[in-house]
Design a protein around this ligand. Structure first.
Ligand SMILES: Cc1ncc(COP(=O)(O)O)c(C=O)c1O
Length: 370
């Protein structure tokens, strides 16, 4: 029976959903949304705060500041409330209302940036605002999730070993890429592990994290409008890019099976199921990370007016097609390169593919960052 006195002391580490019966391919989805911050960002948040405390950067009169699309902001709000710090979250209009209200309920101040850059991103404006704040008063402490090594170390120390403990025969790990903290922490851990694990990064179409053209992205969590400073592609074997329409279809397919997950989980599941449909071999062990749950997305991913306005009338009706298209195919002829795991040697660029099950790309630019 876990008994806690600080809200960050609890995290459900051992919950996996087996998606085989839903989608026809064996994939264990590690649920990271069962803690008081409601997302995987709790681990990065507490690691960064405690490192800043150890380094003497964070003092009792400090005011924490951070740029976040929401989940890190909620986690930092919770930690700041518990530890007695003030916290100011700098976000933008893509942050959903529930998330903003949660941060405020936890006692944080939320600053919403309105001005979009020419490339559709708010990230530069968020960072400019933070720099100006920090220059104005020495009490401001910016943790900087985009560059802070404690972001990836949290997953090197906690997330990856938890998976390794449960899946000693792990072959492939699918990880969504935002700041790439989760990706880099897990990839570094498994590079040193006793057996090779194929690391597959899942990104959204319109993100420039792994190269490619910037485009509109409306679902927060994954993707960046700049190259993530924490990213070292030599640790990544493959990159899959998923259209937002496919993300929506995967979220709705999961929900119709009673599992209400957040948007980025839909991206990861869609990308992973597409990959497994092409590669699966008998006895293959695959795990994917589900960063949060669906309540925060009721007025976006799960709201029909929002969906129709952005993605057209067919996006929900076409839900069924997503799971149908992942149905097990007859075995293809033996591929030239084996699907068995083989981490890329240092310096190699990961293989990249874009999953597109009919989602037409539109370029009304609006790009979100974690
Ligand atoms: C819902 C959600 N999914 C995925 C991610 C990506 O995680 P990371 O920043 O570690 O790449 C985030 C990050 O904020 C997130 O909020």
């Amino acid at each position: 029976m876990p008994v806690i006195s600080a809200p960050y002391d609890f995290n459900e580490d051992e919950l996996y959903v087996d998606l085989a019966s839903m989608f026809g391919h064996s994939l264990f989805l590690k649920c990271e949304g069962f803690n008081f911050a409601g997302s995987i960002k709790l681990k990065a948040a507490i690691e960064m705060v405690e490192a800043a405390e150890r380094d003497g950067v964070l003092k009792p009169d400090s005011i924490l500041v951070e740029s976040s699309s929401g989940n890190l902001g909620v986690a930092l709000s919770m930690i700041a409330a518990s530890k007695g710090y003030r916290f100011l979250c700098v976000t933008d209009s893509r942050c959903n209302l529930t998330t903003r209200l949660m941060m405020e309920a936890l006692g944080s101040q939320v600053h919403v940036i309105a001005g979009q850059e020419a490339n559709g991103s708010f990230l530069g404006a968020r960072i400019d605002y933070l720099r100006a704040l920090c220059a104005s008063d020495r009490r401001y402490v910016w943790l900087s999730q985009y560059t802070n090594p404690s972001n990836w170390k949290a997953h090197y120390r906690r997330t990856a070993p938890e998976i390794a403990r449960q899946f000693p025969q792990l072959d492939t790990l699918f990880i969504g890429a935002g700041t790439t903290g989760t990706l880099m922490g897990c990839a570094r851990f498994f590079r040193e592990w006793h057996r090779p694990v194929r690391i597959v990064a899942v990104d959204s179409v319109g993100s420039v994290s792994f190269g490619g053209e910037a485009g509109r992205r409306m679902i927060p969590g994954l993707g960046m409008s700049i190259r993530p400073p924490l990213l070292d592609e030599s640790y990544v074997d493959e990159v899959i890019r998923v259209e937002e329409k496919d993300t929506i279809r995967a979220c709705h397919s999961l929900a119709r099976n009673g599992f209400l997950f957040g948007g980025s989980t839909g991206t990861v599941v869609s990308g992973a199921m597409g990959w497994l449909a092409e590669h699966e071999t008998a006895g293959h062990t695959a795990v994917a990370l589900a960063p949060d749950l669906g309540e925060r997305y009721l007025d976006t991913v799960y709201q029909s007016n929002w969906l129709q306005g952005l993605y057209g009338d067919d996006v929900i009706e076409a839900d069924e097609r997503a799971s149908e298209s992942w149905a097990v195919q007859p075995a293809p002829p033996a591929p030239a390169s084996s699907p068995s795991p083989s981490p890329s040697p240092g310096g190699r660029r990961p293989h990249m593919r874009t999953g597109d099950r009919g989602g037409r790309r539109r370029h009304r630019r609006r790009t979100g960052d974690p």
